[in-house]
Design a binder for this molecule. Structure first.
Ligand code: SP5
Ligand code: ZN
Length: 361
């Protein structure tokens, strides 16, 4: 298994986040996460570590709005110049529901813009955020290119993660949607005209504990990319406002979005049953490529997945090789994209377990 990695992820090192009203520092999503994973992958001797290629902004535009990309690139310097805290860009005013009635375009004020482009208080922007997010997207794109060149699989060690980032919004530690960018890139190698009805050229399987609301938003009205996500119940966990089973896609995309919600305390057997259901839907769509949003925050005791006093999912280390094996059994060229996972003591070994299971070693 080829791992695509760059130390440039460390350019994004946020000072804090707000969780349940508490200023939390340092944030759970830290540079240490990617380094722990890299060290574990190297120790396991799973295969070569390769650097990303530079793709430029072109492939990002297939997924993200131009004004959003320009915002991300310049948000920090403009914010600081306008008097914002040099610690990080964070909104203080969010245009919600009734204010949205008058929301026609992005504000020009650098202190107002974060409210327009951000949907929570877990996506601070620092000086190096854009460079790190671009490098992270390049990792996923490099993996996609490797699949197009005939590789069976690749693992993009992405950081910052991506699946909460929508067409023009950041949130949940995510700025650019790495998996969505890779999926859109893979579409170039498929011929839409010849695709039978009811099928998708690319499928995205999201196994992060949290619903991939950004990915869902990006492909919601499209049938060429099937989105299937297995996650904690949005009625009681982040991202709260999306991820319910009745969200099935719209227009041409109707039936091409599948949300599988699992209860607190979900254990290995119950999770693997849900995974089989997800994989059956993907097999039915007969995609040419599979992109996996690989979050490891389904692990029992993950500090971010934990819902108040209650346990989140309760997967053990044994789950990840089993998950990897089942995904590999689809027999599709597969790009694994790193998303969440915050139980740092187990993170490296859990990623290695997933990759080993996939590779059958
Ligand atoms: C990529 C990813 O995994 N993003 C997750 C973003 C989560 N944002 C904050 C969620 C806060 C949920 N409540 C935590 C309760 C701790 N007791
Ligand atoms: Zn997550």
């Amino acid at each position: 298994m080829i791992t695509i990695y760059t130390p440039d992820h460390a350019l994004h090192d946020a000072p804090h986040e707000f969780i349940e009203g508490r200023l939390t520092a340092p944030p759970h999503e830290s540079p240490q996460r990617a380094e722990l994973i890299r060290a574990a992958v190297e120790r396991a001797g799973l295969g070569p570590l390769v650097p990303p290629r530079a793709f430029g902004a072109g492939p990002l535009r297939a997924v993200h709005a131009d004004d959003y990309l320009a915002y991300l690139e310049h948000a920090y310097e403009r914010w600081v110049a306008a008097g914002g805290s040099p610690a990080a860009v964070m909104p203080d005013t969010l245009p919600l529901r009734w204010m949205g009635r008058w929301l026609r375009r992005a504000p020009e004020s650098p202190t107002a813009a974060p409210g327009y482009y951000t949907y929570d208080l877990s996506a601070p922007i620092v000086r190096g955020t854009y460079a790190a997010a671009r490098a992270s997207a390049d990792l996923a794109l490099t993996g996609a290119a490797l699949l197009l060149e005939g590789q069976r699989a690749a693992y993009a060690l992405c950081r910052p993660p991506g699946h909460h980032a929508g067409r023009d919004m950041c949130g949940g530690y995510c700025y650019l949607n790495n998996a969505a960018v890779a999926a859109a890139y893979l579409l170039q190698a498929t011929n839409d005209d010849q695709r039978p009805a009811g099928t998708s050229a690319v499928a995205i399987l999201d196994i992060d504990f949290h619903h991939g609301n950004g990915t869902q938003q990006i492909f919601y009205e499209r049938s060429d990319v099937l989105f299937v996500s297995i996650h904690g119940d949005p009625a009681r966990t982040y991202p709260y406002f999306a991820g319910f089973p009745e969200e099935r896609g719209e227009g041409a995309g109707e039936g091409f979005n599948l949300n599988i919600v699992l209860p607190n305390g979900t254990d290995n057997p119950r999770y693997l049953d849900a995974l089989d259901q997800a994989l059956a839907r993907i097999a039915q769509a007969r995609p040419r490529f599979l992109v996996v949003s690989a979050g490891l925050d389904t692990f029992g005791g993950d500090p971010v997945a934990q819902m108040g006093q209650e346990a989140s999912f309760a997967l053990t280390a044994d789950a990840y090789p089993a998950i990897g094996r089942r995904i590999a059994a689809l027999g599709l060229p597969t790009l694994l994209v790193q998303e969440g996972g915050y139980a740092t003591a187990a993170l490296g070994e859990n990623v290695v377990g997933l990759l080993r299971g996939f590779a059958g070693v």
